[in-house]
Design a binder for this molecule. Structure first.
Ligand SMILES: [Zn+2]
Length: 585
């Protein structure tokens, strides 16, 4: 049975009108071109939800819940996405009985065998090339980053040269073109070409230790591309079901009694350098159900060691809630100064990293600090909200001594009396207090600051990309990169979308995206009302602004490299590059 294709899902979506469907559940009023309604996703007293018949999407201007007809049913009825698709199909009288609606099937199917073979072969080829003349600079970079031969062997690090080496090898081995493209290792074009070229290669394995994808890193300051490039998802590589290093840590985790979760594979390698061998990485996605079931097989105790920046902290809060719900014991390694583990190791050394991991915070301590930093304690309402949020968490603790400890902590932080806190914690109604969603939590200082010029440029550019294929093509050709993680992913979805289509329907674009945060952002950006483009000059300006930031970051990197270099010849070379870059600014 075939799986539901994106086309079929769009056909299902188009078989109904979102206004009719939402109208079945909420009372709608016409307002201009749109309909409005009280929002069911937050405590709404004025109609804050807007439904666009033209675009077939909805959005709440207060809580930012938004999406297409599937998103609405999924959120409103609290059903899985696929159930929402089934419901709409039956409303629109579309027969889907011949489709396989199960989640991806796990057992190795015969037809995936070529994909595994190609990845295995690619890994061998990349490993081989790291020891050739072509990779002298790459090898030097690794040495500079203190990545020793032992680490190279351990993590099977390799090098992708720039002469379509895989394409040639696969042709010799008689793989067909379709399989090559499906593997993601070769990109489709008239002749086809290797996805990875002139990059240091890190293989990604599945739970059984088979290579299913790669991440390639640039290593020269002059390389004007995104720092990391990952394999696209394929039949054998599903990001939400892949934990980097999983197959190597089973024994180490059993001995240590816990597993450490980091964001990226460089963090796993950094911890390894510091002698800590029980770490895995979620490869830049949010923690998924797939990750959780892998983790369950490893250990019931998890140390979250995500990046120390705002995004990392938000992700930590979300991961805590998911893992607590699944019965894990959680500790948090709270990295200071916005650092990730790799940067921390670089700055402070292995001993400090080890001692940080040996003294993790409890998940509640982390939450208390996190929300405290984000709350304006001079504002009574905000302070009260903080009190309620943490009191609810304390009421969930089963240990009375723990409860007492945290009540004291909360007294110090919130300024409310111990009596008030104790009463609130034991109040039955405390469980009804609404959980604060970190991504909806607007930090106190940030809300009054203007949004960063670079972030704005990226956001606006996305808006124009959604409205005009030419802009998306220009972006791909001239920039191909955004700094904001969310925006970068959205941009790649848009570019991908235009490979098949000429006009972008926001409602269709989000059909294929499961991540709620991405959907929310896409809907929000699509609702911006930016002036119509007169010519391509405005777009060129946006791309210039993004590039300007690239240059700035590169100058920073080079300046750092300059400090670390002792060879006068190299120093001169780096200096030359800096000057050349500064001229461009
Ligand atoms: Zn709302």
């Amino acid at each position: 049975m075939p799986r539901l294709s994106a086309e079929k899902i769009n056909e299902i979506r188009q078989s109904v009108d979102i206004v009719d469907v939402i109208g079945n559940y909420l009372s709608l009023q016409k307002k201009g071109r749109n309909y409005v309604s009280l929002c069911p996703f937050h405590d709404d007293s004025h109609p804050s939800m807007s439904i666009s018949p033209e675009r077939q999407i909805y959005m709440c201007f207060v809580c930012h819940n938004g999406g297409n007809v599937f998103t609405f049913l999924k959120n409103y009825l609290k059903i899985p996405y696929i159930e929402a698709v089934k419901m709409v199909a039956s409303m629109g009288n579309i027969d889907i009985s011949e489709y396989n609606l199960e989640k991806r099937v796990q057992p190795v199917e015969q037809k995936f065998e070529p994909l595994y073979k190609m990845h295995d072969e690619a890994n061998k080829i990349y490993n081989h090339y790291l020891n050739t003349k072509l990779a002298i600079d790459a090898k030097e970079y690794l040495t500079k980053r203190k990545i020793t031969d032992e680490i190279i062997d351990m993590f099977e690090i390799g090098y992708a040269p720039s002469n379509n080496i895989l394409l040639k090898a696969f042709e010799k081995m008689n793989f067909n073109k379709v399989s090559m493209y499906e593997s993601g290792l070769v990109i489709e074009s008239n002749a086809g070409y290797d996805r990875f070229s002139n990059r240091i290669m890190f293989p990604l394995h599945d739970a059984n230790g088979r290579v299913v994808g790669f991440s390639g890193r640039i290593y020269q300051p002059s390389q004007n591309e995104s720092k990391y490039m990952n394999s696209p998802e394929s039949d054998i590589f599903i990001k939400g079901e892949t934990l980097y290093n999983y197959h190597r840590v089973i024994e180490e985790t059993r001995q240590a009694g816990f597993v450490i979760i980091t964001e990226g594979f460089m963090d796993v390698i950094a911890l390894y350098k510091a002698g800590i061998k029980n770490a895995v990485a979620i490869m830049g996605t949010a923690l998924t159900k797939g990750h959780v079931s892998l983790l369950k097989r490893l250990s019931k105790t998890v140390y979250l060691c995500l990046d120390g920046d705002k995004a990392g902290k938000n992700a930590t809060i979300k991961s805590i809630d998911i893992l607590l719900h699944e019965g894990f014991t959680i500790k948090v390694v709270d990295l200071p100064e916005n650092l990730d583990p790799d940067e921390f190791l670089d700055k402070k050394g292995g001993d400090e990293l080890e001692s940080l991991i040996k003294s993790p915070l409890s998940s509640l301590d982390f939450k208390m600090n996190y929300y405290y930093e984000m709350t304006n304690m001079d504002n009574y309402d905000d302070r009260k909200k903080y009190l309620e949020t943490i009191a609810k968490e304390i009421s969930n603790l089963s240990d009375i001594i723990d409860q007492d400890y945290y009540i004291q902590q909360l007294e110090k932080k919130s300024g409310f009396s111990k009596e008030t806190i104790t009463r609130l914690v034991s109040d039955k109604n405390v469980s009804k207090i609404e959980q604060v969603n970190p991504s909806n939590y607007i930090p106190y200082q940030k809300s009054i600051r203007l949004i960063d010029k670079y972030v704005r440029a990226e956001r606006d550019l996305l808006y124009y990309m959604m409205n005009d294929k030419n802009v998306a093509m220009m972006y791909e050709a001239k920039a191909g990169f955004m700094f904001n993680d969310t925006y970068r992913i959205i941009a790649s979805y848009i570019v991908d979308y235009y490979r098949q289509e000429v006009v972008l329907e926001v409602a269709d674009l989000i059909s294929s995206i499961e991540d709620e945060n991405l959907v929310k952002n896409i809907v929000e950006i699509s609702q911006l009302e930016l002036p119509e483009l007169q010519d391509s000059k405005a777009i060129e300006d946006y791309i210039e602004i993004i590039k300007e930031k690239t240059v700035r970051i590169k100058v920073e990197e080079l300046t750092k490299a300059l400090k670390d270099t002792f060879d006068p010849k190299q120093k001169a070379q780096i200096l030359k590059e800096i000057i050349a870059l500064k001229d461009k600014e």
